[in-house]
Design a protein around this ligand. Structure first.
Ligand SMILES: Nc1ncnc2c1ncn2[C@@H]1O[C@H](COP(=O)(O)OP(=O)(O)OP(=O)(O)O)[C@@H](O)[C@H]1O
Length: 575
């Protein structure tokens, strides 16, 4: 209820008032029916004022009850949207501030998936159930009062229906959560296969490999497995629901039998019997809503606890960090990192130095630990305490993140305008258009952007209306411009030239110091033509640095670097 109040305080009050009004208008229907029946059975004339008033009241309360229902539906929908928005905001606050290693944990990813697809809809269901409970609670009280005034014995008969329903709801709730939990993996895999078969990013490869039918078959298998589980689960739920309905039907039938018996024994008059029958029917309806709401509340309990646990997760880092200038340089000493569940260290006791103003390269075979080290340097993965110093002093991870810019090899292609794609690296400051254009020009993509239909405002992503698209190399330059737009003294560039043509690569890296404009850089690359221009090169293998020095020193040493460099040069010369 607190979430509902926080999401929309006025809407919550309005919804509450409408629920009460709905219940009271139902009571009005019962009382007006009693009056009307009484007037009819007294054989009043058609123009008798008492009969006319009773009929008018009956029409009025019936209309009121119907209109309140319409308003309630609209109000609940709005309230549901507000509650959903609030819960999403809370969830996204966690997903955007939890530290990066958490995203490497399967347990977290599965929980996130479950919370995203299930728990978020629950608060909306709970808010609906709570309102339903308020309305039907008032309704039950009103109908009970009406029945008590007519014949008290009817009340316990109808209320007894609730006991089995509540007991059933408790068992049903556990079954629902267990079903969702056990199906998480299947749901994830089905979602992934659907995405592969229906997204643009995968469309070309799926066609080129003719992978469509194979993926469809796997998807069908998962669909069948899910359907089989769902069928078993639905049968169980059906049994629970039927038992609840049966309990309420039996109690309603009993109440009506009691009314008939009371009329036969002349214990109540016919108008009272008529009103009691209507009240009993309405009360049975209200009780079904009460039980349904209680069931929904009980059923949502485990999901809400799952969500609450997720929202209260540790390891959130929301502090902004302070950008530092780099005077002497960054030093890494004994940096070590293992991925969750991994048996081997991805980075193992690594020492490197990045003097201010220098370009340092990291090379090594696939899986040797370069990207992991880049994430450590950028403050995204924790290394052993104080293993990173900035100008000779220890630095907080948040400050490190604020001071280092990293361009990943799998950078994001934002479906936003060209300008947004660049300024995304510095959203906490106002857009600086001169800096934006300078960054684009520095990576040689300025004129290509000018040629787009709406220049900097062109939206990228043809999925969007009026969206344009760029080539792979142009996207990479745009990502480079994004890294350069951010005013930080150190940039880490992970495979920044993988998609560039030889001329573009030469233009950018032969003159890399002009492009960097005074920044220091850590360059990760498999292209030795770029790497050889670095001031210092570290060669990694199995998470460790196995050798380092300038290009000339490493070639002269005749070690791993010399071997890899020789291999690549020979490939070029021979081809
Ligand atoms: N998310 C992850 N979870 C578990 N292990 C991982 C993860 N990412 C990388 N690894 C492992 O860590 C090691 C280092 O990977 P890393 O990506 O740092 O290598 P790399 O040198 O950048 O490789 P490449 O040249 O292919 O980009 C590899 O053995 C890899 O299998």
């Amino acid at each position: 209820m607190a979430t509902v109040r926080e999401a929309d305080p006025r809407g919550a009050v309005l919804a509450f008032v409408l629920q009460v009004l709905g219940a009271l208008s139902a009571l009005g229907v019962v009382l007006a029916s009693r009056l009307a029946l009484s007037a009819v059975l007294d054989e009043r004339a058609a123009d008798d004022p008492d009969l006319l008033i009773a009929l008018l009241l009956l029409a009025l309360f019936t209309a009121l009850s119907g209109s309140v229902g319409v308003l309630q539906a609209a109000q609940q929908r709005l309230l549901g949207e507000r509650v959903s928005q609030l819960v999403w905001r809370r969830l996204l606050r966690v997903t955007t501030s939890v530290d990066l290693p958490t995203y490497e944990s399967t347990r977290f990813l599965q929980r996130l998936d479950r919370v995203r697809s299930n728990a978020v809809s629950r608060p909306v269901a709970v808010s609906g159930a709570l309102l339903g409970l308020v309305g039907s609670g008032v309704g039950v009280a009103a109908m009970t009062a009406a029945l008590l005034s007519i014949e008290p014995i009817l009340v316990p008969v109808l209320l007894a229906a609730g006991i089995p329903s509540v007991l059933i709801a408790r068992r049903s709730s556990r079954a629902e959560f267990d079903f969702a939990k056990d199906s998480t993996y299947l749901a994830q895999r089905r979602g992934y296969l659907k995405m592969l078969m229906s997204h643009r990013f995968s469309a070309a490869e799926v066609r080129a490999f003719g992978a469509g039918p194979g993926l469809m078959a796997r998807h069908q298998q998962d669909d069948d497995a899910y359907l089989a589980r769902l069928t078993t689960h639905s049968r169980l739920k059906q049994r629970f629901a039927l038992l609840t309905v049966a309990a309420s039907g039996v109690s309603l039938a009993l109440a009506l039998l009691v009314i008939v018996a009371l009329v036969s024994a002349n214990r109540i008059a016919l108008p009272d019997a008529g009103a009691a029958a209507i009240a009993a029917r309405l009360l049975a309806g209200q009780l079904v809503t009460v039980f349904r709401s209680v069931t929904s509340l009980i059923e949502s309990g485990p999901f809400l606890r799952d969500l609450e646990g997720f929202l209260a997760m540790d390891g959130l880092s929301t502090e902004a960090g302070e950008r530092r200038g780099l005077e002497t340089g960054l030093a890494v000493r004994g940096a070590t990192f293992s991925y969750p569940g991994a048996t081997r260290r991805a980075v193992d006791e690594v020492d490197i130095d990045v003097p201010a103003g220098s370009v340092v390269a990291l090379v090594g075979e696939n899986g040797s630990g370069k990207t992991t080290l880049a994430k450590i340097i950028a403050g995204l993965y924790p290394a052993a305490a104080d293993s990173i110093t900035w100008d000779g002093e220890a630095i907080e991870p948040a400050d490190l993140r604020a001071s280092v810019t990293v361009l990943f090899q799998d950078f994001i292609r934002y479906q936003m305008s060209v300008a947004d794609n660049v300024v995304m690296s510095d959203t906490s400051n106002p857009v600086d258009e001169d800096r934006l254009r300078a960054a684009l020009d520095r990576v040689g993509v300025g004129s290509a952007i000018e040629a787009l239909p709406r220049g900097l405002d062109t939206v990228l992503g043809i999925e969007l209306e009026d969206g344009a698209d760029l080539s792979g190399g142009q996207w990479q330059r745009l990502a480079l411009a994004r890294a350069l737009y951010r005013d930080s003294p150190l940039v880490v560039l992970d495979e920044p030239s993988a998609a560039l043509d030889p001329r573009a690569e030469h233009e950018l890296f032969a003159d890399v110091r002009r492009v960097l404009d005074g920044r220091s850089a850590v360059l990760i690359s498999h292209r030795y033509s770029s790497v050889r221009l670095a001031d210092h090169i570290y060669v990694m293998d199995g998470g460790r640095v196995i050798e380092h020095g300038s290009h000339a020193e490493l070639v002269a040493a005749g070690g791993r670097y010399a071997e890899l460099y020789e291999l690549q040069s020979r490939t070029y010369l021979e081809s």
